[in-house]
Ligand binder design. Structure first.
Ligand code: ZN
Length: 475
């Protein structure tokens, strides 16, 4: 009782602060490109809740912008454009997910995330718990800014949103949780871009409402993907995009797949393997659009209503008791989706989800409707010490993971420890673990590989014991 008395006193005291000292946040117009300049010219968007210092309740900028006529709208040649676009796109995405979530989102590792609109020369973008980081890179005679793309910013903000509701995924080592993280970013970016009127108009022009046709929303990060292909010197992404939600991939055990290879095949690397889940989600999404149209809606209304259904499906999936909290397989996540759909949406799309997950071979044929029976909740930590020549310089390292759902319950500890060791052996072979010296000061820059992607793990020395920690960064 005394606690509540104290807190109500605090609230009362806050409310008594003279309003002059706390000017109300307001709606402010920002530069915003829902796609990128390869697809369309930038427009503007209104960001609600902008404080006089240019921050919102969720984001701040590394360098404050100077308003022009009360707006943060700039030409693309003005350097302020990059920060304005990234800040607007980040706020827009967080607000859309929060609306579906139904309560304020609390970031996993910071009260507010810092948006770094242009942090220097790199062909990259990432989320690291502190903020969202974007860069510039010369490609031919043009400069590519990763923060200029609403989709790329939406993807990075997706990492932050998923980290907020499922922080345990950054304590896992398997391909599936890492790949799901990547897919989550693409899925929310895709749903968000379709909520933009100009993007929706373009997609309607491109598809006539048949979303199985190629379109600018399904194709994610066009300018960044094109830049990557140009810099590498050949097509590594499969087209003029970073990834495409329209694909035909079916499930294969990621542990049997090579790390990398041609873009028309699936590989173990997390961005690569994410394409399977994104493709499955996109099939569900287009199925919802088609159902809406069959019920008499025009294509525009059908797509908009499906974005609502998509955000709701993902927000519901992340409520306690549904999506696993730690290690999982795509099969566990598909089962969680069906359980969530049955319990939180009256089973409206259960048939559709089951059919897609079976077609994609993520769930066994006909298993979808009963799959929720094997889903179990709860998490537990499991640690092991790497023993054997296959670990090379990492032999003797201690490593820990967070088990959840069927992973936590179906196998005994010795089998789990064996699986964890096998996964670490694979990551070490793939160059995904960063070695460090005892007493070495490890900087954020040290946590990135030469190709710009973050390492999955880094050696920390804890009381002289080599320990491999998960790197909590996603690119
Ligand atoms: Zn990512």
């Amino acid at each position: 009782m005394s606690v509540s008395a104290v807190s109500s006193f605090r609230i009362a005291s806050k409310n008594n602060t003279p309003p002059a000292q706390q000017p109300a946040p307001r709606d402010v117009e920002f530069s915003f490109n829902p796609q990128d300049k390869l697809v369309m010219e930038p427009g503007t968007v209104v960001v609600p809740g902008v404080r006089p210092d240019g921050t919102t309740s969720k984001f701040t900028l590394d360098e404050p912008l100077t308003a022009q006529d009360g707006k943060f709208v700039y030409s693309q040649d003005d350097h302020s454009f990059h920060a304005a676009n990234a800040f607007a796109a980040a706020n827009r995405m967080a607000n859309m997910f929060e609306q579906a979530w139904g309560q304020p989102i609390k970031w996993a590792r910071a009260e507010r995330l810092t948006v770094h609109g242009d942090e220097g020369q790199d062909l990259n973008a990432y989320y690291d718990g502190e903020g969202l980081h974007f860069f510039h890179y010369p490609v031919g005679d043009k400069m590519v800014y990763s923060g200029d793309s609403g989709e790329v910013v939406g993807h990075e903000c997706g990492h932050a949103l998923l980290d907020a509701v499922r922080p345990g995924y950054f304590s896992t080592w398997n391909t599936d949780p890492g790949a799901f993280h990547e897919s989550f970013g693409d899925v929310v970016a895709l749903l968000g871009s379709l909520r933009d009127e100009r993007t929706l108009n373009k997609v309607l022009e491109q598809t006539g409402g048949d979303l199985s046709q190629a379109n600018s929303a399904a194709e994610l990060g066009e300018e960044l993907g094109t830049a990557i292909n140009t810099v590498v010197g050949h097509d590594v992404t499969g087209g003029n995009f970073t990834r495409n939600a329209i694909n035909q991939f079916t499930w294969q055990d990621p542990n049997t797949l090579p790390e990398s290879g041609p873009p028309d095949q699936l590989h173990n690397e997390v961005h690569d393997f994410s394409r399977l889940w994104t493709g499955a989600f996109y099939d569900i999404f287009t199925g919802i659009v088609n159902q809406n149209m069959a019920a008499g809606q025009d294509a525009r209304s059908a797509i908009l209503a499906a974005t609502d259904a998509g955000f709701k499906m993902y927000a519901d999936l992340m409520r306690p008791g549904y999506a696993p909290e730690g290690e999982f397989t795509y099969r566990d996540m598909a089962a969680a989706m069906i359980k969530s759909e049955n319990e939180q949406n009256g089973g409206k799309y259960t048939g559709l989800i089951s059919q897609v997950m079976s077609d994609r071979k993520i769930l066994p044929e006909g298993a979808g409707l009963v799959a929720h029976q094997v889903l179990e909740s709860g998490t537990r930590s499991l640690a092991t010490t790497l023993k054997g020549d296959q670990f090379g310089q990492f032999e003797g390292a201690r490593v820990e993971t967070l088990l959840s759902g069927s992973q936590a319950n179906l196998l005994g500890d010795s089998s789990q420890a064996e699986q964890l060791s096998a996964q670490l052996a694979r990551l070490i072979k793939a160059g995904e673990i960063k070695m460090t010296e005892p007493n070495q000061v490890v900087t954020t820059k040290d946590l990135f590989k030469k190709n710009g992607e973050p390492y999955r793990g880094v050696v920390r020395w804890v009381d002289g014991q080599m320990t491999i920690e998960r790197v909590k960064i996603a690119g």
